[in-house]
Design a binder for this molecule. Sequence first.
Ligand code: PLP
Length: 461
Amino acid sequence: MELPRIEPYKIKMVEPVLFSSREDRERWIREADYNLFNLKSEQVLIDVLTDSGTGAMSQKQWAEIMLGDESYAGATSYYKLKNAISELLGFPFFLPTHQGRAAENVLFQTLLGHDAPDQVIPGNSHFDTTKGHIEFRHAKPLDITIDEAFDTTLEHPFKGNLNLVKLEAALREYGPARIPLVLVTVTCNSSGGQPVSMANLRAVSDLCKKYGVRLFFDAARFAENAYFIKVREPGFADSTIREIVREMFSYADGFTMSAKKDGIVNIGGLLAFRDEDLFKKCCTFNIIYEGYITYGGLAGRDLGALSQGLYESTEFDYLQARVGQVEYLGKRLREFGIPVQWPIGGHAVFVDAKKFFPHIPQDEFPAQLLGVELYIEAGVRAVEIGMLLADRDPVTRQERYPALELLRLAIPRRVYNQQHMEYMAVALKNLWDRRESITRGFGIVSEAPIMRHFTVRLRRL
Ligand SMILES: *Cc1c(COP(=O)(O)O)cnc(C)c1O
């Protein structure tokens, strides 16, 4: 018999969770105005709200926390990180920042200034903070993801790919004068952790070179992307993850990275460059917004833990267990007939709430309803990616109706085991079996003028 696969680590520090009753959870979620962000984490049994900054660090990462010296300038841990970025990713210049969005802020402030209404940034479904930084400066994010990405049922190995015809049309129309960079997000978070193929990265790079435009990666989940290339793209089965990572990054002129994902640290970000001039320009803003160029917004110890995290996340055994765990949950849900976005992405499973609750109108927030019911059923906290998140039109104040109404279960790295996946799958199956008895969603009691999902107060209809 073939032995089952196991995680390539064992557990030596644990964080207790508190069990609760359905009555407790009904009360807590009512007191939280049916907003899952308002729950205390101790009221949650399995927290799959996000995979950002929620991973478990290894003993070597914790050792780096002790070894890191806290120098303002030139800490040893800064040089460890510099070596890791040079060796693994192949970049000579970088800036540490306190988060991924801080790296975006420094980059876009340098390239766009405060007001750049004629600038266009093509990419594959820009992450929301990225979009925020672009639109805040009155520039335009241009989404040129392939059409296949928007059909949740379609089987396609690289739904994060860019449409090359649309990219070339944009490059021809706007040129380097109006396109400061093309931004490729690996894996593409907004479309569900879907990967970009090496062939697509190479072709995007060729087009960018042809038109003289910079190519940057939003590289939060670069290692998970490399894993998908290895297991899905012809020609890479025998390459190591690190070889794939090196080739991926060889096509980029720079990257932003939220280190809270594949860096497997609880806080941190990076901004890296090949071009020394751009690096020097960005240094100014990094010092103003983040901190001196050898620590960014971080402590020396954080830089050491991050450098170690980059080595660990680029190991095949780790990635196989990590992505395999997410896939296991997605496959279990599919076996139960529950509609999920397909194929399963690298970091999260997305349940299609419109198909789960077809009898509930979208303006009663079916994905939020599914999230609340899942919490009451089993103490699991997922997150709505639907109408609440889509928010109102900023000008007309009319509700926006997004095409997809999803509940996202984002799995933290190295935190939960297979039994937790099984538990969540069964909890969702129980809801699926009695979905017709759940007949009404929510109405809004009060909401903030922008980013309402974080603070919205809801009532049951
Ligand atoms: C998380 C994330 C960011 C923002 O990073 P923070 O560390 O949360 O500021 C940017 N891009 C992508 C793709 C992300 O997943």
